[in-house]
Ligand binder design. Structure first.
Ligand SMILES: NC(=O)c1ccc[n+]([C@@H]2O[C@H](COP(=O)([O-])OP(=O)(O)OC[C@H]3O[C@@H](n4cnc5c(N)ncnc54)[C@H](O)[C@@H]3O)[C@@H](O)[C@H]2O)c1
Length: 260
């Protein structure tokens, strides 16, 4: 795959991307495979994971599905056991799985409207999962003194967004976790960074109400939402050797969105 073996950024690298059955994770899976990686496609939805594996294989790449709910520490432990049995090691982990809302609602959910479950599910899906997967990956990466971990933050975690305080807390938590772990493991040869995308066209943002979309576009100096490829390119950089001097950084492809 790729144009030439010389230019592939992830040749023979073993990669696990969580939530890769859709949107940004899918785009990363396709790009990383084109760049020579063998890709573990995690998703909680079996069909989504399998569909992306099939897409990668049809394009000539190597991929396998790993169906697991990454908010469960037992499921993550089992996924890593299966992953390591299949691929032997892990070079790159992308903690990307996520949800935009905890229940169907066309109403804006203020903080007083959030149930305990809305809070727990959001934190578990993003923050607990990032911790569980990072913990397992480091058990392999630290002893072999190499590896890259890329965490999916958001402008929700850097600038903040109204009416999604659980989501913003989870994303800010991921960014703090990224900075700490990055400092801890840098001397072991493991590179840890985060991405903080602005609003990107994916199945997650598709249900946004027209007024919400207009508000997003009005607050984005480029005047439009981003494409999954904009985020996959940032992930590829952080996953590759090009980022070998990047420690605990947050890259924010966001069309110019600034702190509100
Ligand atoms: N789209 C955006 O504008 C945007 C902006 C900033 C950050 N993000 C973040 O990027 C990540 C990907 O978002 P997306 O837009 O591609 O969304 P998406 O809904 O298209 O894809 C997310 C995938 O994660 C999977 N998933 C959800 N919970 C899971 C779990 N517990 N275990 C395993 N898989 C699970 C879903 O099944 C889905 O396939 C998320 O963390 C999201 O918060 C998205």
């Amino acid at each position: 795959m790729g144009t030439s073996g010389m230019t592939m950024k992830l040749k023979d690298k073993i990669v696990l991307i969580t939530g890769a059955g859709s949107g940004l994770g899918r785009e990363m899976g396709l790009l990383f495979a084109r760049e020579g990686a063998k890709v573990g496609v995690n998703d909680i939805r079996p069909e989504s994971a399998q569909n992306v594996v099939t897409e990668i294989e049809r394009a000539g790449g190597v991929a396998r599905p790993f169906v697991a709910d990454v908010s469960s520490s037992a499921a993550v432990r089992k996924m890593f056991a299966d992953f390591l049995a299949a691929f032997g090691t892990i070079d790159v982990l992308v903690n990307n799985a996520g949800i935009g809302r905890t229940r169907e609602s066309t109403e804006l959910l203020g903080t007083t409207d959030l149930t305990d479950e809305d809070w727990r599910l959001m934190l578990a899906t993003h923050l607990d999962a990032t911790f569980y997967c990072t913990r397992e990956a480091l058990k392999v990466m630290i002893p072999k003194r190499s590896g890259h971990i890329v965490n999916q933050g958001s402008i929700a975690g850097t600038a903040g967004l109204p009416f999604v305080s659980n989501y913003c807390a989870a994303k800010a938590g991921i960014i703090g976790f990224t900075k700490s772990v990055a400092l801890e493991v840098a001397k072991h040869g493991v590179i840890v960074n985060a991405i903080a995308p602005g609003f990107i066209e994916t199945p997650m943002t598709a249900p946004l109400e027209p007024e919400a979309k207009a508000w997003v576009i009005a607050n984005t100096p480029l005047g439009r939402m981003g494409e999954p490829a904009d985020i996959a390119a940032a992930a590829l950089y952080l996953a590759s050797d090009d980022a070998k001097f990047m420690v605990g950084q947050v890259i924010s492809p966001n069309g110019g969105w600034t702190t509100a």
